[in-house]
Design a protein around this ligand. Sequence first.
Ligand code: SAH
Length: 346
Amino acid sequence: MRELWGMLPDELTALMQTWGEPAYRGRQLFKDLHKGLDFADMTVLSKPLRDRLRGQMPVPPVTVLEEHASASDGTVKLLYGLSDRNCVEGVLMRYHYGVTLCVSTQVGCAMGCRFCASTLNGCVRSLTAAEMVGQVLCANRLLRPENGRISRLVLMGSGEPLQNYDEVLRFIRLVTHPDGLNLGARRISLSTCGLPDMIRRLAGEGLELTLSLSLHAPDDATRQTIMPIARRYTIQETLDACEAYYRATGRRLIIEYALIDGVNASQEDALKLSRLLRGRNCHVNVIALNSVRERQLYGASEAQIARFMECLTANGVSVTRRRTLGDDIEGACGQLRKKHLEEHGQ
Ligand code: SAH
């Protein structure tokens, strides 16, 4: 049976009916599950029903194994444990407009980007929708003492969300449901290394998600040296799919570009990127690469980043620097899980 936290209200209603309960129990249960209540605290439900639910789902799909708070900016890095002893990570980031949670969609990742720690041991498995909901519920529990809650999500943790399409879409339908967490689709960013067919499919879902493309290179040859996916699809094919997404949803594309010293950060690269993106409905987010010593890839210097951004701006491309948060707590994708695996084996 699918985990309760991954079931939509209609599905819970059907389940309750097969258990001989009235239909409205489904909606009550959905609301309480997404408030993050333990079964014992679901007092709108009868005691026998709560016991039966607990018997069915004895453990929550996700628990917090480790919690590292940054002393400098309030960022919290989380290591979550799953019921099969795998683990994934997340980051909670505080901005003036609210708290954003970075959500993982797979244990590890199969895409093989050279600069990314999540992919070093490949993809172990995809997460279920309930395991993604569980990450948000854990983060909300953490924020409860300060009366806070997660208001934005970025699907930028480990994994390629478009390779786990059905469960990711289900997750989005669950967290945007008005009886549940009720997050606005516009406040959810889906980040992908760029799978054109899947981007086109997403365009047809009628959801106003923000799409982020991890581009990281101004031309195919450079992209192929750091991202294996670039050998399957050209930048042009990928940007065409993103354009179709924009036409269907009206959501401006975000381009993610991590500046890597000696790879993609020169003035010539900046000019090429400007030519590629000028006139498109997109915004570039630059970030200094979190250095990956195992691969001898290092972030560009502050001066290089400033020059790169000036070039884009001068050429009419909209660009901002993404704030680097949680530098002191292994904030980058996959770093904390990697460290945990090295220290604990499993
Ligand atoms: N698979 C998806 C989402 C997960 S990665 C994707 O590729 O977009 C989330 C973002 O972090 C991507 O833009 C990815 O390229 C970036 N990233 C991964 N490793 C990084 C590193 N060491 N430094 C900076 N950004 C990194």
